[in-house]
Design a protein around this ligand. Structure first.
Ligand SMILES: [Fe+2]
Ligand SMILES: [Fe+2]
Length: 309
C-alpha cells in the first residue's frame, strides 16, 4: 500500500509535500479554486447593498461580512497554491470561464431583505456544506475551513436577525422578507448540487476523504435545520409539500426543478454576465496594487540579501 493510501485508511491528513495521485491533486485544485472563486464573486450581490444598508449599524455589519468573504477567498487561494498552482493562473481561468463559481451568486439582490435571505439561507447552506470539509483529507483545505466556518456562523446569524427584524416590522417589511425567502429558497437547495444519482464526481471524492456526505444527505440536513428557524421567523418556505415525516425522522420536501440550475451553470442565469464583467474590471483596476506589492517585495528581498552578504 502506498503512503497515500495508508494515510487515508488511517483518517490522517495529506500535507503538501506528501505524495498523492495526480487525480487527487487535480480534483482538489478544481474544488478549492471553485470555492475560492465563489467567495470573491459572492462579495458582489451583498457589496451592492453596503451603501444602501438602512442604518450605520447594518452598514458596519455588512461591511465586516463582505470583508470576511474576501478573506475566505484569500485563505482558499493560498490553500490551492500549496498544490503547486499559481493564483494568477486560477484567476485567469475564472475570468475566461474555464473554472466555475457557485451559481447562487448569479441571482440579483433586489431588496434589503435579500441581504437577510442570503445570510440566513446561502451562508446557512454553505455552513452545512463546509463543516464536513473541516475533516477533509487534504490538511491545508481542512484547516482553512475551521476558521471559515466560524465566520459563516456569524453571517448566518446576521441574516436571520435582519429577517427577524423585518418579519416583526410593518406589513410592507414583512412582505419584503417573505418575498426574499420565496426567491432564495430553491436556489439555496440547489447549492448542494445535483441529486446523488446524477453527481458524477461524488463517489471518487468520498473514497478520497474529500467529501464526507452525499449531496442529498447534506440537503436534507439543511432542510431539517432550516424549517424550525423559518417557524421562529414567522415566515413560510415556498414548498407546499414540506412536512415532518415521523417515520423517517426528517422533513419531506417537494421536487426541485434542476433544469433551472443547469441553465444558470451554462451561463444563462440573471446575473452571470454582470458578475463576470464586474470581476474582470476589478482585476484590471487592481493591477497597479499587485505591481506595487511585487516591486516592494523584490526591493525588500534585495535588501535582505544585501544585509546577509
Ligand atoms: Fe464565505
Ligand atoms: Fe459567508
Amino acid at each position: 500500500m502506498s503512503s497515500f493510501e495508508d494515510l487515508l485508511a488511517d483518517d490522517g491528513r495529506v500535507e503538501p509535500r506528501d505524495e498523492m495521485p495526480d487525480d487527487y491533486r487535480r480534483t482538489l485544485v478544481r474544488q478549492i479554486a471553485q470555492h475560492a472563486h465563489s467567495e470573491i464573486i459572492g462579495m458582489q450581490p451583498e457589496g451592492n447593498w453596503i451603501s444602501r444598508a438602512p442604518s450605520l449599524r447594518r452598514k458596519a455589519i455588512l461591511m465586516a461580512k463582505v470583508q470576511d468573504e474576501a478573506g475566505h477567498g484569500l485563505y482558499l487561494y493560498a490553500a490551492a497554491e500549496t498544490l503547486g498552482v499559481d493564483r494568477e493562473d486560477l484567476l485567469d481561468q475564472l475570468h475566461t470561464g474555464r473554472q466555475k463559481y457557485s451559481s447562487i451568486f448569479n441571482y440579483p439582490t433586489l431588496t434589503w431583505a435579500d441581504v437577510g435571505a442570503i445570510g440566513w439561507l446561502v451562508d446557512g447552506a454553505a455552513i452545512v456544506n463546509q463543516v464536513p470539509l473541516c475533516r477533509c483529507s487534504y490538511g491545508p483545505y481542512a484547516r482553512a475551513m475551521i476558521r471559515v466556518c466560524k465566520e459563516e456562523s456569524f453571517h448566518q446569524r446576521q441574516g436571520f436577525e435582519i429577517l427577524h427584524t423585518l418579519s416583526h416590522g410593518t406589513p410592507a417589511q414583512r412582505a419584503m422578507a417573505q418575498d426574499a425567502v420565496d426567491r432564495y429558497w430553491w436556489p439555496a437547495l440547489m447549492m448542494f448540487g445535483p441529486p446523488d444519482a446524477d453527481s458524477p464526481h461524488s463517489e471518487q471524492s468520498m473514497a478520497w476523504g474529500i467529501k464526507r456526505f452525499s449531496n442529498d444527505e447534506l440537503r436534507q440536513r439543511f432542510i431539517d435545520m432550516t424549517v424550525p428557524q423559518a417557524e421562529a421567523l414567522g415566515l413560510t418556505l415556498p414548498d407546499p409539500e414540506l412536512r415532518w415525516n415521523a417515520d423517517r425522522g426528517h422533513y419531506d420536501s417537494g421536487p426541485i426543478d434542476f433544469t433551472e440550475l443547469f441553465e444558470v451553470i451554462k451561463g444563462n442565469g440573471p446575473c452571470n454576465a454582470q458578475r463576470m464583467a464586474h470581476r474582470v474590471r476589478a482585476h484590471e483596476d487592481g493591477a497597479w496594487v499587485r505591481e506595487a506589492a511585487s516591486a516592494y517585495a523584490a526591493k525588500h528581498a534585495a535588501r535582505t540579501r544585501e544585509g546577509a552578504a
